[in-house]
Write a protein that binds this ligand. Structure first.
Ligand SMILES: Cc1ncc(COP(=O)(O)O)c(C=O)c1O
Length: 341
């Protein structure tokens, strides 16, 4: 293994593992050699479809070191399914699920020595880009594509570990177009960048923007949004306007297991003060895990949840999620895929 910075002390996603898996396709069928190759640059045409017409999607999932020293990928099949759905939405050649699954497992097994101990983990980034060299193809799908998987040893996504986050509510500019929010495509993140940077420039304390166009809460730039109290766990109902987080569905299942009443419904900004007085808010995501929200800024108003510190229900749900991820809890839902370590 080459000498690399400590993933726990550098920004999330900036250290890359030694091995990657790639599979090009020029006829809709991905050609995987059945083995990984050294991580490194590759060349694509300057006219590649992805560079001009945005045919690029990705996934984000994690492999976790288990308390018994083994290694498991969290909700592999759900991430594979979501990636195939994103590919179909962008009319990219859809990979065969078994192939994508195997490439992910191969990449993790090849990079096993680089998986940091908890709370670190191995972040897995499957990526799919349209590579057909054709700048006349604005209204036609790419005929050629490249599927590849890179891995990063990672620590915390939000600097400072588990701490209460500050969210700024954006009520005018949506994160992306409503019919496209559920696709994990780079274009969605590009659209969210300018409003996010502009808002953050106005307030340095902000960790994330909560998009709530016209008062209707969807999600933040990198995580789903939840409210909770001692009885209930609430999040937005699924529709095409936001990313259907795998962590979101995990939290809902665990909340039901723990005896909470689970509600999937529209959340209005007007409800927040009441929840701040008598409940909690948190974010969920592969990178964010389950992160407490301490303060929300809406216009000139500051909404502080409880005493501004992580709430007991948030921490309880986080613990039960982390226990399944790190192997200390029973895997009742079959979410762990063991890989060779
Ligand atoms: C915009 C957005 N929403 C929600 C999520 C959470 O999704 P997941 O729990 O599948 O990681 C993410 C990514 O991690 C995201 O980028």
């Amino acid at each position: 293994m080459s000498e690399k910075p400590d993933p726990m002390t550098v920004p999330f996603g900036t250290v890359f593992c030694d091995w990657m898996a790639t599979a090009p396709s020029d006829d809709g069928v991905y050609q995987y050699a059945g083995k990984v190759e050294p991580y490194g640059d590759f060349s694509i045409s300057p006219a590649a479809h992805a560079l001009h017409y945005g045919s690029a999607i990705f996934e984000g999932l994690k492999a976790h070191r288990q308390i018994d020293g083994s290694l498991a990928i969290f909700r592999l099949d759900d991430h594979v399914a979501r990636m195939c759905q994103s590919a179909a939405q962008l009319r990219l050649p859809v990979p065969e699920e078994g192939l994508l699954r195997q490439m992910i497992i191969d990449s993790v097994e090849a990079n096993v020595e680089e998986v940091p101990p908890p709370p670190g983990s191995l972040y897995i980034r499957p990526t799919l880009i349209g590579t057909e060299p054709n700048i006349g193809a604005a209204a036609t799908p790419t005929s050629e594509a490249l599927l590849y998987i890179v891995n990063c040893p990672v620590g915390d996504y939000f600097k400072g570990g588990v701490r209460p986050l500050t969210l700024l509510v954006e009520e005018e500019i949506p994160r992306t177009t409503p019919q496209f929010g559920m696709v994990k495509s780079g274009a969605n993140y590009a659209m969210a960048l300018a409003p996010t940077l502009d808002a953050m420039a106005r307030n340095e304390a902000v960790d994330q923007i909560l998009f709530a166009t016209g008062g209707d809460i969807t999600e933040t730039g990198a995580a789903n949004f939840f409210l909770a109290n001692d009885e209930r766990v609430v999040t937005r109902q699924l529709d095409s306007s936001f990313l259907h987080g795998v962590t979101r569905s995990s939290v809902l299942a665990l909340a039901a297991d723990l005896g909470y009443e689970v509600e999937e419904r529209p959340i209005e900004l007007s409800e927040l003060q009441e929840w701040a007085d008598n409940g909690e808010a948190f974010l969920s995501g592969t990178a964010a895990v389950l992160s407490p929200v301490g303060t929300m800024l809406r216009g000139g108003e500051e909404i502080i949840f409880g005493d501004g510190q992580p709430g007991a229900n948030t921490l309880r749900l986080r613990e039960s999620l982390v226990a399944i991820q790190n192997g200390s809890g029973d895997d009742d839902h079959g979410w762990r895929t063991a890989v060779r370590s």
